[in-house]
Design a protein around this ligand. Sequence first.
Ligand code: PDD
Length: 287
Amino acid sequence: MNRTVYVNGEYLPEDQARVSVFDRGFLFADGVYEVTSVLGGKLIDFEGHSARLTRSLGELDMVSPVSHEDLLQIHRELVTRNEITDGLVYLQITRGAAADRDFVFPDPDQVPSTLVLFTQSKPGLADSPQARVGIKVISIPDVRWGRRDIKTVQLLYPSMGKMAAKKEGCDDAWLVEDGEVTEGTSNNAYIVKGGKIVTRHLSNDILHGITRAAVLRFAREAQMEVEERAFTIAEAQGADEAFVTSASTFVMPVVEIDGVKLGGGTPGPVALRLREIYLEESRKSAV
Ligand code: PDD
């Protein structure tokens, strides 16, 4: 494969794309990212991802190297050049490459931020066979830092969580802090009991998922009851169903938590209905 990737103003073959070894993303995980899915050649929830990117940058005193309009144009250009029908666009902005390794932030007027975007093709993304059978999760302690609302590239612990899940024959991990579920390693977590959808309230403890916002809006529009509060693993294991949401998996049913099967071990009707609504509605507003 030789994709075209975007690096600091240039569209380059992936094997010619370079960033400096002094880049702060590489040395300090000093960067933020976004993942936007593509269905039918169009970007899903682009406005939400762009708005969250602006917020992440602002929280870290980072400057965006491009405008919102330019960003949309770059996304579209990469989708076109790489002939992406279904897949995703990954975007990363770091605080750039200062002359030396130094914990102190460089002056943004002297050191421009680094902007990288690339695509991943995933034909049939919305038709994932996994969504038909659901995923199994384990729980692990949430030992991440206290600003999970900022979408930084510090993803070692989420990676370790997925590896721990894999080791136990599962697909993902739910993170638990003070006895309550915060979120999944790379998704927001939900349970359904008696028709009511429960998901953790927004705070610095979780990422404010763009898919979460859309799914909750669609659920309320469909007269489903939504409660935004924390829940425990024990409560989740006693729920009728569970699911996770993210830009890359949309709404994904969860059928087992720490070895306990939910709803007979098959995807629940609320999760499947929300997946259907989300895909239908977000395709309509795709750009
Ligand atoms: N992950 N929580 C965490 C910790 C995440 O990393 C993500 C997204 C979400 C869901 O957010 P959204 O609905 O905006 O994608 C929640 C992306 C997909 C990733 O790292 O690949």
